[in-house]
Design a protein around this ligand. Structure first.
Ligand code: NAD
Length: 500
């Protein structure tokens, strides 16, 4: 068994806590590696190395910091396949899907290379006679990111390129279920010229997370994961005086209006519901056809496509989707389908009996695509995030009923409407209380130069990720007011200073 290590001071460092856990290949259900689980002392070592590196890194001109990231970007493009293979081996997603994840992550690095531009401050000349005022953005210091299993490269890449470009030192605590991508990226950052201590990886679980949340020298925490943990991270981090952005779970609806192009909507639903086996925070897990006639026609188009899904290992180029990440998670998703059936929903396509017949993969954590009709808002399959290849259909009879359904959910990450009516599309995008909206776009993940984040129970904290929101999160502003001798007043002033 090899053990996946930490990365501190630009080197892989073996764990010393004595704690570790197995990492599985979900395609085969086997494990030949473990991941080290950091102790508080190991987290302290990483913070100390980051703290030592911060003065020089924050004083490095933004252009030079950007050049390191530019070299890192080139390495990522050159080795995207290698990174994708490491992702698929531990996560299970198809190779092309993993390459897509890497590409979306690289886009954030591209954005971060424009640091000299986005770190430009503001200057106001002559705010009072002979007085000027300017605002600059300075780094926070040591910041940390805690990331989920479902995007082991992209989600860390939402965070650290922007944080580093802004002059911070970054500690990444990746998911213990697929930890290898983080180490590759750490090594490639070092190869790109990032100085020792500026970027570290501590592998681990709750102990490492709690050590980061309580460490007085960690100034900010970025988190992406499930809502209960996001809430815990936000509460604990802010109680310890940290800036926190914590993105949580999701239940994303797609409204299909009667005038929608149904072939287009069905095709979009297939990718959005079953791509990555539904393990995306922007997956569409609820279709909301408006009118029964639309529901019936849509289901008729979906059924043969779901039945034809090719489910297999990432190494098989023909696979549309892979296994779920762990056996426990696969069983949890199955239990939700059982619950939906018991609660009175109609199982139209049942993925529970799927058997993987490719040799060597029978013990992988596979589940077939599942379609459930007549789902109602009192059912657990509507209320909870399932995070698997399960698409629920909640029928609604008009636009307003569809809006009311979406607004009654606690989560508000992404949403989509399929329609040809510009008025409906405009009203939807205006009034819907969800953070990311697609108009005939099923997975409206914002580009890197915009910002990613939901509303309501899908986020805790004020800042979305990457784009200018990321820059705001990872910097604090300082405003300096300057008077030069030609503008000096000679008399002492005891009243509140006013300029003008
Ligand atoms: P998770 O909440 O179980 O884990 C996320 C991170 O938190 C991991 O690094 C994990 O080690 C850590 N963690 C887990 N339990 C903890 C505890 N008790 N105390 C402290 N830290 C703990 O999430 P996951 O299963 O890895 O990822 C799937 C979830 O992430 C889904 O809910 C999905 O919607 C969400 N997600 C959200 C977004 C978004 O942008 N909103 C993006 C991707 C994933």
């Amino acid at each position: 068994m090899t053990e996946i290590a930490h990365f501190i001071n630009n080197a892989r460092v073996a764990g010393t806590s004595g704690r570790s856990q197995p990492v599985f290949n979900p395609a085969t259900g086997t494990s030949d590696t473990t991941v080290a689980l950091a102790s508080t002392a190991e987290v302290d070592t990483a913070v100390a190395s980051a703290l030592a590196a911060w003065p020089a890194w924050s004083a490095t001109p933004a252009l030079r910091r950007a050049r390191v990231l530019d070299r890192f970007k080139t390495i990522l493009w050159d080795r995207a396949d290698q990174l994708a293979e490491a992702i698929s081996a531990e996560h299970g997603k198809t190779h092309d899907d993993a390459v897509g994840e890497v590409t979306r992550g690289i886009e954030v690095v591209e954005f971060a290379t424009s640091a000299p531009s986005f770190l430009k401050g503001e200057f106001s000349e002559n705010v009072g006679t002979g007085v000027d005022s300017h605002m600059i953005r300075q780094s926070l210091g040591v910041v940390a990111g805690i990331t989920p299993f479902n995007f082991p490269a992209m989600v860390p890449l939402w965070m650290f390129p922007v944080a580093l470009a802004c002059g911070n030192c970054f500690i990444l605590k990746p998911s213990e279920r697929d930890p290898s991508a983080s180490l590759l990226m750490a090594e490639w950052l070092a190869e790109a010229g990032l100085p020792d201590g500026v970027f570290s990886v501590v592998q681990g679980d709750k102990e490492a997370v709690d050590a980061l949340l309580h460490h007085p020298k960690v100034k900010a925490i970025s988190f992406v994961g499930s809502t209960p943990i996001a809430q815990y991270i936000h509460q604990t981090g802010t109680a310890n005086g940290k800036r926190v952005q914590a993105l949580g779970g999701a239940k994303n609806h797609m409204v299909i209006m009667p005038d929608a192009d149904l072939d287009m909507a069905a095709g979009a639903l297939m990718g959005a519901a079953f791509g990555s086996a539904g393990e995306r925070c922007m997956a569409i897990s609820v279709a909301v056809p408006v009118t029964d006639a639309v529901a019936d026609a849509l289901i008729a188009k979906l059924v043969p496509q779901i039945e034809a899904l090719k489910i297999g290992p990432s190494t098989d180029k023909a696979s549309d989707m892979g296994p779920l990440v762990t056996k426990q998670h696969r069983d949890k998703v199955k239990n939700y389908i059982d619950a939906g059936e018991a609660e009175g929903a109609t199982i139209v396509v049942d993925g529970r009996d799927f058997k993987q017949d490719k040799q060597g993969y029978a013990d992988g954590y596979y589940l077939g695509g599942t379609l459930i009709d007549n789902v109602t808002p009192d059912m657990s399959i509507w209320k909870d995030e399932i995070f698997g290849p399960v698409l629920s259909v909640v029928r609604r009879q008009n636009y307003q009923e569809a809006i009311d359904l979406i607004h009654s959910h606690d989560y508000a990450n992404g949403v989509a409407v399929f329609t040809r009516d510009g008025d409906v599309a405009r009203a939807f995008s205006n009034e819907i209380e969800v953070g990311m909206v697609g108009i005939n776009v099923p997975i409206p993940v914002p580009m890197a130069f915009h910002s990613f984040g939901g509303w309501k129970a899908s986020i805790f904290g004020d800042h979305h990720m990457h784009g200018m929101e990321g820059v705001r999160f990872y910097t604090r502003i300082k405003t300096t007011t300057t008077r030069w001798p030609s503008g000096m007043r000679t008399a002492s002033e005891f009243v509140m200073p006013t300029l003008g």
